[in-house]
Design a binder for this molecule. Sequence first.
Ligand code: CUA
Length: 317
Amino acid sequence: MDTSATFWLPPPSSTVAGETDGLFYAIFYITTFFFLLIVGLATYFTIKYRRTEANANEPMEVVHSSHLLEAAWILIPLGIVMVLFVLGFKGYLRQSIVPAEAAQVKVTGQKWFWSFDYPEGASTVNELVAPVGRPIKLLMSSKDVIHSFYVPAFRIKKDVLPNRYGIGWFEATNTGVYDLFCAEYCGSKHSQMIGKVRILSEQDYKTWLEDASDPGKGLTPVEFGAKLFQMKACNTCHTIDGTASNGPSMKGVFGHEAALANGSKVLVDENYIRESILVPAAKVVAGYQPIMPTFQGILKDKEIDALVAYIQSLGAK
Ligand code: CUA
């Protein structure tokens, strides 16, 4: 299989990518050929048969149609599109039917991030980790609006809908890190709903899974909280150095009062942090929009405890 990037797409890195690219280029070159042929002939005939002073008074020629020519321009394109249809339909079936031996990952889309749950109990945010050379079934759903799971290197794009499961699969052919996009306009931060797919060797995947299934192993609550702050992508909106971002910085907030958007004040303590993680819109800090998603069902109690401990540790000014 060709492994180079093209003008259109990154290097093909899944088992279906070669087939998809083959069909894409076939359609591309066939349509380019006919575009040039038709536009070229139209231009040529326009010039050749244009009205000039010499032929202005000649009577119009009566042209009788050729059945052979008509049959040709019906049957040749029909043959071409039928071949493309059959190849396309076969590819569609191949991409729709999940191999029986596939391992399953639950994919959840919500404004504006992706989360992944693995059968062994691990979960990740904005990064899907998978082994190379093994089919992975994606069981996908959305918590709010329609998103679309798009990994250009794998040539897969599947809508992720609320209230029903979508199903997709891929089998990566190379280890590496690949871009993941949301390909369905889903609100103001749609363009930031991006992530990575990290493909590991079988051995590295096993090691990763062991660690990811118990991410707090051997860590103090504060260390675990610091790790989660990155892992769960809290750091995309909250800094720890005092600069404001999409959300307030976490530096030095613990144990202090915060002014709220509704004009009242709240003491930033364990309960306020917990509430803000689970019901972010309940008490929004003044000067910020209520854009934070809920982490209800995403974070376990132990993880919330660790995040509270970590934010508390940033409280010392
Ligand atoms: Cu989610 Cu666009």
